[in-house]
Design a protein. Structure first.
Length: 201
């Protein structure tokens, strides 16, 4: 009887990244105080923004997709549950309308109901991609993407609500991604910011 050894490839298909050309040497640290209390992990493909106040610190770029069209007099909108928005943040993407404050968020399997502190002055079309606003008085994004999360990172463990410290992760700055496989939605502004380095397929 003889021993037979079969060689196996260690290559694993990564559905988010079609090609990785460059990442940040040594990785990055992700800011942990911006997640929902129910968030267990941030999946690979999330967009990151470099925090200019601390070297190597990055923020997750928050976006949401509108599920149902919003009337001009509505104070509630329904968004895809794949988002990291929390109460008290500003949500923008209403054209020239100022970003209103999120008053409450009701989790749902199909969508999240978001109650706005100040109703949008114009209607919002179904499928519109919203972003986290910098302040209520403007419709400027708080963060614009500068990198893409390379691997899924754990935020909380085993149902514990406390955040894990020092979330170290890899971040891709040059390559090709499959947009349909990304965990969150991508705004036009984020695509423009990454155009020279990240190709969206």
């Amino acid at each position: 009887m003889s021993l037979r050894v079969n060689k196996e490839s260690g290559v694993v298909y990564n559905p988010v990244f079609l090609q990785i050309l460059e990442d940040i040497p040594g990785g990055v640290t992700i800011r942990t105080d911006r997640f929902k209390t129910t968030t267990q992990e941030i999946k690979k493909g999330a967009l990151l923004h470099e925090d200019l106040t601390s070297v190597g610190l990055y923020n997750v770029v928050k976006t949401a997709k509108v599920i149902h069209a919003v009337a001009s007099d509505a104070t509630i909108m329904y968004v895809d549950p794949r988002n990291e928005f929390v109460v008290g943040e500003y949500i923008g993407g209403f054209g020239t309308v100022h970003a209103p404050t999120i008053l409450t968020i009701t989790p749902g399997l199909v969508s999240n109901a978001v109650l706005l502190k100040s109703k949008p002055l114009k209607g919002v079309a179904s499928g519109a991609i919203l972003f986290e606003g910098a302040v209520a008085a403007t419709n400027t994004p708080l963060y614009v993407a500068s990198a893409v999360l390379r691997d899924t990172v754990e935020v909380r463990r085993d149902g514990v609500t406390t955040l894990l410290d020092n979330l170290f992760a890899g971040a891709v700055v040059r390559g090709t991604v499959d947009e349909s496989e990304m965990p969150y939605f991508v705004t036009a502004a984020d695509k423009v910011a990454l155009t020279a380095r990240i190709r969206f397929a």
